[in-house]
Design a protein around this ligand. Structure first.
Ligand code: HAM
Length: 418
């Protein structure tokens, strides 16, 4: 017996409807926000993520599934969706289509992390990426797309926002951070000491208790924003306020990927343990240029589907009922089984979920099975029914029955569905 790889999960027949529900909700949100679906490959050249996500990040340094293919090229399974989408945007000349270009995706992603509740090595994201607009209104729209998605699913989260500024304000902030951290470095972890030289902003991300305490006193980026970045951030907040959207400004949100600038945000929950960030995103105005395109502002987010699933299960957010067969057609003998087969096929062609026997069961066992699989109605076909072409259609929930002509069966089921 070969087991499933560590950090991955199967989706079983009786839970796939939950996945479909979340994915359908994502597609509905994408529709109302006028976003078009795009799909990128599961693997890309490693260089894309090195340059796109950033050499200084845990994702690139420690977590990528990288291998050499038979042609000697370095390939990486996508650890996130954004870099591939930016490559798609540049490579397909989408920059010359009318702006903004508004896209969404549902994708698996792969990170070699220590698995725990809400943290997997293969996970799935619903993400959106909008290109071409530098306006704060687009930031607000993207944040509202995420919050609409979470609202539609009925989950409760807290929205936290921050601005990490542009290159100019960040240079000044980095200097201030270094000044603050330098005398405190002895008390900090090895990773933070390394980050001190390369990217002190990343130190704010550290989860070590000792570092967290020191981080609490560090200066806030929001005090270092240049005029343009501060104005942009105020614009975002004013649109959120104008709609009455609750949020907190959390100056410690720096995000784990290198491409962000200006607005960053997260939707977090305290109901699913330490991996409480269900959705994260922000603006990445420099990334298209970094990856070889013309300078193009952009913003997006990604929500983790497994974390949402956990949250929905933990917080008893309502999943709709799984779709069950509308009717089970039992056959008494060879000829009536053939009739059941034909009736079921006709119904299926009209879009009715119908089931028949595949196991050669007795009529009694067939009806027991129909009950087990949650069929709404069941009808037994025997010699009488073959002759009369009338079925005794039994409501499995209350045991009542109704005589229905075979030719009227579809209309009957349709009416009962209402
Ligand atoms: P991220 O914060 O790395 O951002 O991931 C987004 C979401 O994916 C997280 O909030 C979480 O729900 C889920 N996630 C991440 N890692 C795991 C894991 N190991 N197991 C389960 N779920 C996980 C990004 O990926 C950016 N590309 C988001 C973005 C799009 N920014 C702009 N556009």
């Amino acid at each position: 017996m070969i087991n499933i790889p560590k950090g991955t999960k199967d989706v079983l027949p009786d839970e796939s409807y939950k996945w479909q529900y979340i994915e359908n909700t994502a597609r509905e949100v994408a529709r109302v926000f006028n976003l078009s679906e795009i799909r990128t490959p599961v693997f890309e050249y490693t260089e894309l993520f090195r340059r796109g996500v950033g050499e200084g990040t845990d994702v690139v340094n420690k977590e990528m599934y990288t291998f050499e293919d038979k042609g000697g090229r370095s390939i990486t399974l996508k650890p996130e969706g954004t870099a591939g989408v930016v490559r798609l945007f540049i490579e397909n000349g989408l920059a010359s289509s009318p702006m903004p270009v508004k896209t969404y995706y549902i994708t698996p992603a792969f990170r070699y992390e220590r698995p725990q509740a809400g943290r997997l090595r293969e996970f799935h994201q619903f993400g959106i990426e909008v290109f071409g607009s530098a306006s704060y209104q687009t930031d607000a729209e993207v944040i509202f797309a995420a919050s609409t998605f979470l609202d539609m699913l009925g989950v409760k989260t807290q929205l936290q926002i921050n601005s990490i500024g542009c290159k100019t304000c960040r240079a000044e902030y980095n200097r201030a951070l270094k000044e603050y951290f330098k005398p405190r470095l002895v008390g900090m972890c090895e990773t933070c000491r390394l980050r001190f030289d390369k990217n002190p902003l990343r130190m704010l991300d550290c989860k070590e208790e000792g570092c967290k305490k020191i981080n609490a006193g560090a200066p806030n980026i929001t005090d270092f924003l240049c005029e343009e970045c501060a104005e942009h951030f105020n614009g975002v907040k004013s649109l959120l306020d104008g709609y009455g959207k609750k949020y907190t400004v959390n100056p410690r949100i720096v995000r784990g990927l290198d491409y962000y600038s200006k607005t960053v945000f997260e939707f977090v929950s305290d109901e699913i343990g330490s991996q409480g960030t269900v959705c994260g995103g922000g603006r990445y105005d420099g990334l298209v240029e970094e990856l070889g395109g013309n300078p193009t502002p952009a913003i997006g987010f990604a929500a983790g589907i497994e974390r949402l699933m956990l949250l929905m299960e933990n917080s008893s957010a309502p999943f709709p009922e799984a779709d069950k067969p509308a009717i089970y057609l039992a056959g008494m003998d060879e000829i009536s089984r053939a009739a059941a087969f034909k009736i079921a096929t006709d119904l299926r062609l009209k879009g009715v979920r119908a089931e028949i026997d595949h196991m050669g069961r007795s009529v009694k066992a067939q009806l027991k099975y129909a009950d087990k699989i949650g069929a709404k109605f069941a009808a037994v076909i025997g010699e009488d029914e073959l002759k009369s072409k009338v079925l005794n259609v039994k409501n499995m929930a209350d045991g009542t029955a109704c005589a229905v002509k075979v030719e009227n069966l579809y209309a009957y089921l349709l009416q009962e569905k209402k």
